[in-house]
Design a protein around this ligand. Structure first.
Ligand code: GDP
Length: 206
């Protein structure tokens, strides 16, 4: 008989959008941020993890795409949707401002316990992904990679992409972990939830 597990992320609710760090919620408790290039599948992943159909739609509404969006799970825990980077149609000025605010958030946020980096399994390790991984390694921030849209490859090809990713990580961020993920097929959802539970200090079931 299948064991029923409760989804601890289901209660997630939109809290606030911040364009600057000083607009973020009070820096207490624990939070995990999600980063990735636009179209990597971040919204779909957040919806799959929380089991909500449209939670991350809020981050895609006009005017909110360049903001850091905070979702609360309970008073001590949050998920954070960082703006998608590498979007070609964004001006250089916007990119620079985004990078500055992202850097500020990543460097100063004490409640940030880990960073989930999403990469499309067919387009791994773009420059911005590499920079983020190297930065995370130097900053000592735990990182976990989701190779998204794994359903686009056959099982064997997906496994070998994952192994290739692990090899690349040796040079970029040897502490980072990686897993396959598909919002469409629900692959790897439990694994990423377990990682989040660990970082957010949820008690593990006996
Ligand atoms: P975001 O820009 O990173 O938030 O990406 P979205 O979640 O909006 O997804 C971008 C595109 O990829 C959309 O067309 C999604 O339908 C598609 N997509 C997202 N996740 C998956 C997945 O697991 N499998 C497949 N095949 N497509 C996906």
């Amino acid at each position: 008989m299948a064991v029923m597990t409760t989804n601890r992320f289901h209660p997630a609710r939109f809290l606030v959008s911040a364009s600057r760090l000083d607009q973020a919620p009070t820096d207490r408790g624990a939070e995990v941020a999600f980063a990735g290039r636009s179209n990597a599948g971040k919204s779909s992943a957040l919806n799959a993890i929380t089991g909500q159909k449209a939670l991350a739609r809020i981050s895609k509404t006009p005017g909110r795409t360049q903001l850091i969006n905070f979702f609360t799970i309970d008073p001590e825990r949050r998920l954070v949707d960082l703006p998608g980077y590498g979007y070609a149609r964004v001006s250089v000025a916007v990119k620079e401002r985004w990078q500055r605010e992202l850097a500020r958030y990543l460097e100063r946020r004490k409640s940030l316990k880990g960073l989930i980096l999403l990469m499309d399994i067919r387009h791994m390790f773009k420059n911005t992904d590499r920079q983020l991984l190297e930065w995370g390694w130097h900053a000592g921030l735990p990182m976990h990679i989701l190779l998204t849209k794994a359903d686009k490859l056959g099982a064997g090809a997906a496994r070998s992409a994952c192994q290739q990713c692990e090899r690349h990580l040796q040079a970029l961020n040897p502490e980072a972990s990686v897993q396959l993920f598909s919002a469409l097929k629900h692959t790897g959802v439990e694994a990423v939830r377990a990682q989040l539970e660990d970082w957010l200090n949820f008690e593990q079931p006996d």
